[in-house]
Write a protein that binds this ligand. Structure first.
Ligand SMILES: [Zn+2]
Length: 311
């Protein structure tokens, strides 16, 4: 069977570059949907340039529940005449069903470190603007599920929690193309720090991708950066994928070590904005603004220190 063509579809959201992917099968598939403006603003013109129509999309697959991946789902579904089937892992489905879930997650985790009385209100407003609608998925999936997306595309679901509890990688059978969403963070995206709510799960998922999935091509949710190198973009070949998964593991190990032994020096020098993790930030040389949403620094620190009391 011939390999089914895959194209990336770009849309911009503030300082973030968002990527969706189009599987050009008999029943066209879109993986991840950007924010509310992405389907009409970014995807539709890009598909038109490929000689395809957004109305013909029949499957909408979501790698996880973050705003910049599910925000456009309802709008895209509407553009398909509500005919496309929407699929997400059961653990992240609440983010698709309710905008409020995003605010509750913020308040329970990183919001507690950010002394901004308007934080929740700001996120509520952002959620309203960036999420095109609340909806029930057609199907919630789990690890190992197989999806027949028309006669020529079969996808297996691999659970890769850590970035979120319901993060998945979709693996196109027969060609080992892997859509990993944000499960491979390397050095993080626009905020320069890897983001995960559950460090142990994040590490286990990277090992699963490295040792079992072994992508021949790896498609990432953002053009993640390496520590000292420019981004390779969102489409990695076999060697690049293996290298970036390994680099993500190495960075996680470094962050983990810093949370155990951050050292004593520098506690007075590190900016107070990183409090109560100033020593760790200093130890890691992380001096970016941790208050900038989505604040991966606090999300990840919360994961190391509050395993077990997450929402
Ligand atoms: Zn994400």
């Amino acid at each position: 069977m011939r390999n089914v063509p895959i194209h990336s579809l770009y849309s911009q959201w503030g300082r973030f570059g968002l990527y969706s992917f189009f599987i050009d099968g008999r029943e066209p598939v879109i993986i991840d949907t950007g924010v509310a403006s992405s389907p009409s603003g970014g995807m539709s013109p890009a598909l038109k340039a490929l000689g395809r129509r957004i109305e013909d999309v029949r499957w909408i697959l979501l790698t996880h529940g973050h705003i910049d991946h599910i925000g456009g789902a309802h709008a895209l579904w509407e553009l398909t005449g509500r005919r496309a089937k929407v699929i997400i892992h059961e653990a992240d489905a609440p983010f698709l069903r309710s905008r409020r879930t995003h605010v509750e997650e913020y308040l329970a985790a990183r919001g507690r470190y950010i002394k901004d009385p308007d934080g929740a209100a700001r996120l509520t407003a952002a959620g309203l603007a960036a999420i095109s609608g609340e909806m029930e998925p057609d199907r919630v999936v789990r690890h190992g599920d197989e999806l027949a997306l028309g006669p020529d595309v079969a996808v297996t679901v691999h659970s890769v929690p850590g970035h979120t509890a319901g993060s998945v990688a979709f693996v196109v059978e027969g060609q080992r193309d892997v859509f990993a969403g944000d499960a491979v963070q390397i050095h993080g995206a626009a905020n320069g720090f890897p983001s995960y709510v559950d460090p142990d799960a994040y590490r286990a998922s990277l090992l699963h991708l490295r040792d079992h999935v072994k992508p021949s091509r790896l498609f990432l949710g953002h053009a993640y950066r390496s520590q000292c190198a420019e981004s390779l973009g969102v489409e990695l070949n076999r060697e690049q994928a293996a290298a970036k998964i390994q680099e993500s593991l190495d960075i996680e190990a470094r962050v983990r070590a810093a949370t155990r032994d951050p050292g004593r020096d520098g506690a007075n020098i590190a900016p107070a904005a990183h409090s109560p993790f100033c020593c760790i930030a200093r130890h890691l040389g992380y001096d970016s603004d941790p208050l900038l949403e989505p604040s991966p620094f606090f999300t990840t620190m919360h994961g190391y220190f509050h395993l077990g009391d997450r929402p």
